[in-house]
Design a protein around this ligand. Structure first.
Ligand code: FAD
Length: 449
C-alpha cells in the first residue's frame, strides 16, 4: 500500500518533511494537491493567487517528474477527497505539513478519521521556524507584542537545518484533474501580463530571488523603506506558497555575508520574524481576518465603502499620487512595496474611514503573496485594531511619506505617469480634514474600552 503525501502551502521538493518522511517509508508514494473551495474552514484563495498557484503547480509537477513521481490533482472538500484517495489506492499512511489557520480543523478531523481506521496520519512542522504554540510568555500565554516574541524565539535553539530533496521518489501515478480544467488563469481580459513579466513562480524562481537577496539586495536592505529601489527580497509569494522554506532562508543567510549585507542580516531576519508573529496571532485568533483583535474597535463608526470611495482607492484614482502608485503596482504585478502597503492601508482606514476588512479583501484578491496570517495581522496593525498596533492617532500623511521615501519621485513617476495631466483626478479628500474625522471616530473606540 502506498504512502500519500498531501501538499498544500509547501509546493517544494527540498526541505519538505512530509515528502521526505513518505519516501523514507519505502513504499510507493502518491503526491496529491487538493483545490479546496468548499470546506467552510478554508478561505478560497483570490484571483492573483490562483494565477500563481497554476504556475507553481506546473513547476512542481516538473520537479516531481524528474524525481520519478507525478502530481495528482483533485478538487473538492479536502477531507473527503483525501479519504477517497486512501480508499481508491489502498494507502496506509497520509503525511502532510501543518497549516495554522482555521483550516487546521479540517486536518484534525481527517487525522482522527484516518486513525479510526488504523491508517497512519502524520503532520510535520515545515512552514514556520517556531511552532506557534511553543512560543510562550513567562506566564505561559501567547504573545501580543512583537519585540518580546521575537526575542524569545531568538533565544531558543537555532532552527533545524533544511532537508535535502529526495534523490528519487518511488512515485505511483494516480489519475486526477487536468490543471487547465481548474480555470485558475484569467481568460478575457488577460490581466496577468504584468505578473508574468515580474515573477517566476516555483522553487527555481524562489531560489533565484534568494540568491539575488544574498548577493545583491541585502547590502541595500537598510534602504528597504524606499519603494523606488529594489532593496527588499520579494520572496513573499514564494514563502506564501512554500516554494522555499523559512529554514532554507534562515540557513542560506547565516554564512558568508560580509559588509553591509552582514549588518542588515538581523533586520531582514526580524521581517521573517513578523511573518512568524503573524502566524502566532492567527493560531491563537483564527478569526484574525474578520474580527477586531481589540474588540473595542467594534464601536468604530466606519463609512459606507460604496459612498466613501472604495472603488477609487482600488483603481488607483484617489488623486494622491503615492497611494495611486501603490494601488496600480498591486494591480499590475500582484505585489506592493511594504512601505506603500502601509500608506495605502492608512489612507483607506483613516482618510476614507473605510473598514479595514474591505481593504483586506481587496488585497486578498489581488496580491500574489496574499497570506491569511500576514495580510490580516498587517491590516489590523495599520487600522489600530491589531496586536502591537501603531497607535490609532498616528495617521500617515501620504504627501510627507512620499517626500521622505520617494524623494526623487521615481516610484510615483513609474506607476502614475499621468500625474499632472488633465486626466489625473484632484485629491478625493482633504488630508487634514479627513485626518481629523478619523481621530474623532476614535472617540467611540475610547468610549467602548
Ligand atoms: P522583505 O522585506 O524582503 O521581507 C522578507 C520576508 O519577511 C517577506 O517575504 C515576508 O514573508 C516577511 N515579511 C516582511 N514584512 C512582513 C510583515 N510586516 N508582516 C509579515 N511578514 C513580513 N505580507 C505577506 O506575505 N502577505 C500579505 O498578504 C501581506 N499583506 C500585507 C498587508 C498590509 C496592509 C501590510 C502593511 C503588509 C502586508 N504584508 C504582507 C507584509 C509585507 O508588506 C510583505 O511581506 C512584504 O512587503 C513582502 O515583500 P518582500 O518579500 O520584498 O519583503
Amino acid at each position: 500500500s502506498p504512502t500519500i503525501v498531501w501538499l498544500r502551502d509547501d509546493l517544494r521538493v527540498a526541505d519538505n518533511p512530509a515528502l521526505t518522511a513518505a519516501v523514507e517509508r519505502g513504499r510507493d508514494v502518491v503526491v496529491v494537491y487538493v483545490l479546496d473551495d468548499e470546506s467552510p474552514e478554508v478561505r478560497p484563495i483570490g484571483a492573483a493567487s490562483r494565477w500563481w498557484l497554476h504556475h507553481s503547480l506546473t513547476a512542481l509537477a516538473t520537479e516531481l517528474d524528474v524525481l520519478g513521481a507525478s502530481l495528482t490533482l483533485r478538487r473538492g472538500p479536502a477531507e473527503k477527497v483525501v479519504m477517497g484517495l486512501v480508499d481508491e489506492t489502498g494507502g496506509d499512511a497520509v503525511h502532510w505539513n501543518r497549516r495554522y489557520g482555521k483550516a487546521r480543523e479540517v486536518d484534525a478531523r481527517l487525522k482522527s478519521a484516518l486513525k479510526d481506521r488504523d491508517i497512519e496520519a502524520v503532520s510535520h512542522a515545515a512552514n514556520l521556524l517556531f511552532e506557534p504554540w511553543t512560543v510562550k510568555t513567562g506566564s505561559g500565554g501567547p504573545y501580543g507584542v512583537f519585540t518580546p516574541f521575537w526575542k524569545s524565539c531568538l533565544a531558543r535553539d537555532e532552527p533545524r537545518a533544511p532537508l535535502d530533496a529526495p534523490t528519487s521518489i518511488p512515485g505511483r501515478r494516480v489519475d486526477g484533474d487536468s490543471l487547465d480544467d481548474w480555470g485558475l488563469l484569467p481568460t478575457t481580459p488577460d490581466w496577468a501580463g504584468g505578473m508574468r513579466d515580474e515573477w517566476t513562480p516555483g522553487s527555481v524562481g524562489a531560489h533565484e530571488r534568494l540568491e539575488q537577496l544574498v548577493k545583491v539586495r541585502l547590502a541595500d536592505y537598510h534602504r528597504r523603506d524606499e519603494p523606488g529601489l529594489d532593496a527588499t527580497s520579494q520572496l513573499s509569494p514564494h514563502l506564501r506558497f512554500g516554494e522555499v522554506s523559512p529554514f532554507e532562508v534562515w540557513h542560506r543567510l547565516r554564512d558568508g555575508l560580509s559588509g553591509l549585507a552582514a549588518k542588515n542580516h538581523a533586520k531582514f531576519l526580524s521581517e521573517i520574524g513578523w511573518r512568524e508573529f503573524s502566524y502566532h496571532l492567527l493560531f491563537h485568533h483564527p478569526d484574525l481576518a474578520t474580527v477586531n483583535y481589540r474588540r473595542e474597535f467594534d464601536a468604530y463608526p466606519w463609512n459606507d465603502p460604496a459612498t466613501a470611495g472604495l472603488e477609487r482607492w482600488q483603481k488607483g484614482r484617489t488623486g494622491i499620487p503615492i497611494v495611486d502608485a501603490g494601488m496600480r503596482q498591486l494591480w499590475h504585478i500582484g505585489w506592493m512595496h511594504n512601505r506603500v502597503r502601509m500608506i495605502t492601508a492608512s489612507f483607506l482606514t483613516k482618510n476614507l474611514q473605510i473598514d479595514w476588512r474591505a481593504g483586506e479583501e481587496w488585497f486578498w484578491d489581488t496580491l500574489v503573496d496574499a497570506d491569511e496570517a500576514s495580510n490580516a495581522a498587517s491590516w489590523q496593525w495599520v487600522a489600530g485594531s491589531g496586536a502591537d498596533a501603531a497607535p490609532y492617532f498616528r495617521v500617515f500623511n501620504p504627501v510627507l511619506q512620499a517626500q521622505k521615501f520617494d524623494p526623487r519621485n521615481e516610484y510615483v513617476a513609474k506607476w502614475v505617469p499621468d500625474e499632472g495631466t488633465d486626466d489625473y483626478p484632484a485629491p478625493m479628500v482633504d488630508l487634514k480634514e479627513s485626518r481629523q474625522a478619523a481621530l474623532d471616530g476614535y472617540e467611540a473606540v475610547k468610549a467602548a474600552k
